[in-house]
Design a protein around this ligand. Structure first.
Ligand code: BEZ
Length: 371
């Protein structure tokens, strides 16, 4: 019998963008959307031969509203693909909904370890990082600089807890000791009492995680409290996309991240030029993660000739791919998380200047992922 050729789907692919448009992470959501759309525009508005159409929901970085919000995209709008989001608590609800509905999900920021750990799935991918990755790299970097004691400070929710855990794992493995773990609820920014505790603990260095508007205020308050004599480290979110607002208070802050200023590669230079031309502002790590989420969607759709129902072929293509990112080339682990270099960066002027590679081709341990 002659095999019957299967008809390829035509028409537009509906991409549901669930990102924060309001609140402390609003600028992060904008950068992700800009980056994603930049890649689609560069591809002539099509991925895998099909035109892309967008539907948007503002998730407000509110985990309590996350299930309702993602269901608007899945049930009301019947999207083909989910892209989101920034906040780990909201992204975990998206991963749960993706698991239950079978929709493709690409996470363009949220680091929640569980997404490529116990919640991993054949239709769930991440273009960004697991919280463990930059946390672990910071622990290695701080120990390598010779610091023996540290205080940690973060928002108390999945991303902060996990970055601190990754940091602690590497710092203690290399002989460091955490003398105090401080935290406050997300998205609070009343840092004063905690900064008094930092001063009293007299650590050799401090490790922190905050992002967006919260990171701006933390770095400024740290300097105003007279703490700059204690070296401040963090995952790169502490100073990425925030330097204009942080000004001189951020100078000297050391962070680890999968992106940096001054990489000076042809790919990054071209990306930066195109981004500035399109949006009249500088890109940051969030823009890169959005751009790469679109690149990953493009790889999957090219392999399935635009058919989102072919989940196994989509996943196989991504697992075999090397993504040519502005951050540098990366591959995708079996648990669907980037395997990537973690840069050590130091704030100099208005830049997160690359100082070196803190952890080469760092792969998340994907604890609890069974696929
Ligand atoms: C998170 O919630 O996973 C997150 C938010 C902002 C920056 C980095 C991570």
């Amino acid at each position: 019998m002659t095999p019957v050729a299967q008809a390829q789907p035509t028409g537009k692919i509906k991409v549901g963008l669930m990102l924060p448009a309001t609140g402390t992470f609003a600028a992060l959501g904008t950068a992700i959307e800009n980056g994603f759309k930049l890649h689609v525009i560069e591809q002539g508005g099509k991925l895998g031969g099909r035109e892309i159409e967008f539907v948007k929901v503002d998730d407000e970085s509110d985990a309590a509203k996350a299930m309702d919000n993602v269901n608007k995209l899945i049930k009301r709008d019947n999207v083909d693909v989910l892209i989101g989001t920034v906040h780990s608590g909201v992204a975990m609800a998206m991963a749960k909904a993706a698991k239950e509905s079978g929709k493709l999900l690409i996470v363009p920021n949220a680091g929640a370890d569980a997404i490529t750990g116990p919640m991993c799935g054949p239709n769930i991918f991440r273009s960004s990082f697991s919280s463990w990755q930059p946390g672990y790299a910071a622990g290695e970097a701080m120990a390598k600089k010779g610091h023996k004691t540290a205080v940690t400070i973060t928002w108390k929710y999945a991303a902060g807890d996990e970055m601190v855990r990754g940091f602690k794992e590497a710092f203690e493995k290399n002989g460091g000791k955490i003398v105090k773990e401080l935290n406050l609820p997300f998205p609070n920014v009343e840092f004063q009492a905690l900064l008094t505790e930092v001063a009293a603990a007299k650590p050799e260095a401090v490790f922190g995680f905050f992002a967006g508007g919260g990171a701006v205020k933390f770095v400024k308050d740290y300097a105003a409290a007279g703490l700059k004599k204690i070296p401040l480290y963090g995952t790169g979110f502490l100073t990425d996309g925030t330097l204009e607002a942080q000004g001189a208070d951020a100078v000297g802050v050391l962070t680890t991240l999968h992106y940096a200023d001054g990489l000076n590669t042809p790919k990054d230079n071209a990306f930066r030029l195109a981004y500035v031309k399109a949006y009249k502002m500088q890109p940051d790590v969030y823009a890169v993660q959005g751009y790469d989420a679109a690149q990953m969607l493009g790889v999957g759709l090219a392999a399935t000739r635009g058919d989102v129902a072919k989940k196994a072929e989509f996943a196989a293509a991504l697992r075999a791919a090397t993504i040519d990112s502005p951050r540098g080339k990366f591959t995708i682990s079996k648990a669907h998380n980037p395997v990537q270099d973690m840069y050590l960066r130091e704030v100099s002027g208005k830049e997160n200047k690359v100082v070196g590679i803190a952890s080469k081709a760092l792969s998340d341990p994907a604890r609890g992922c069974r696929m």
